[in-house]
Write a protein that binds this ligand. Sequence first.
Ligand SMILES: Cc1cc2nc3c(=O)[nH]c(=O)nc-3n(C[C@H](O)[C@H](O)[C@H](O)COP(=O)(O)O)c2cc1C
Length: 380
Amino acid sequence: MTSNADPGPSHEELVEARRASGVAMFNDNRMKLGVFGANCSHGLMATHAETSYELSWKHTRQIARLADRLGFEAMLPVARYRGMGGGTNFNGENFETHTWAAGLAQATENIMVFSTTHVPTKHPIVAAKESVTVDHISDGRFGLNMTMGWHKAEMEMFGGTQREHDARYRYGTEWITIAKRMWTENEGFTFAGEFFEVKDARSDPKPIQKPYPVLVNAGNSPAGLEFCARECDFNFIAFADPAEAAQTAARVRSIARTHQRDLGILGYGNVISRDTEKETKQVLDHILAKGDWEVARMVSGGLSSESGSFDSINAMQERFILGYGGYPLIGTPEQVVERLVGLSEAGVDGMMIGFLDYVEELGYFGERILPLMKEAGLRA
Ligand SMILES: Cc1cc2nc3c(=O)[nH]c(=O)nc-3n(C[C@H](O)[C@H](O)[C@H](O)COP(=O)(O)O)c2cc1C
């Protein structure tokens, strides 16, 4: 067949297939939970504050197993090939994310294991094949978060120059079209586009998860929102507060409706929680006092010039230190749950979260915060 067409399933068919596959990201919990960033040094927090968190496999596995036991829906990595500089060389140690997901697939039972992939760094045939392999290792628990690549120095490691912004999404569209066809078509197909030529491409076995792995993207620009609305299950958004989250969520969903689709909304941020406000503030102050302000300054400048979505956090270097510019879930367990309720009311379906000390603080999250989330009706 010589066509680029990919009519694909309707939105209703897609959701039905996802639910029938039993994927955690499509369960009934009103606020899904994922562990974010536990594949890079310093995770989501640019600070020298003391932590037991380290980038070793033993430690990573411990985090994933703990999150799995607590019933979290996802382990979601950051796609990173180089550190961002500053005194911490933030994220300078980083695990490749398909192989990371494969290891965690074997180490866990129910939680979904994601790869976060810069699409310009991998041919879609290779990525589709790797994804199927991890989907089989995990018995249908694999998910793919696609990023177009904003970090110029990182993309230039691969040679060539960075594409202009909207071309990155045209590239991404061809990339995911080819991957989806690999996952779903039984005959060989030929594709000829602006960026790819693929001849008699075929792939077996098919994913266990039907019709293909859950897809996520953090496009927030007009081109990114369009891409996500057409191609993905979840839009991963950045926001400063629940009001902005509500606005963005409504915008994302209205764009999706123009494609007869709906999208789930994910947010992200770090959790800092202790029994009292006073203790929480002490920890917060310590993290900021030991913060890597140098990298915060550099990155907030870089993000604003290379990506459309970080304008609102540009001035907020503190937020960068505390959680990559994400929404801070800081306070007593009651206050954290109040914030989560606010986000749920704003239309956010899940939060991908990090901690200064993943193992220790996930334990606390399980003991103190999860029961309150259940009481609030956010989780079963
Ligand atoms: C929640 C979130 C997570 C992201 N994770 C990554 C990542 O892991 N690696 C990466 O290179 N970029 C990451 N980005 C940046 C996005 O890929 C993208 O460049 C950014 O959202 C800008 O999209 P836009 O150009 O459509 O506005 C992330 C962005 C957001 C909002």
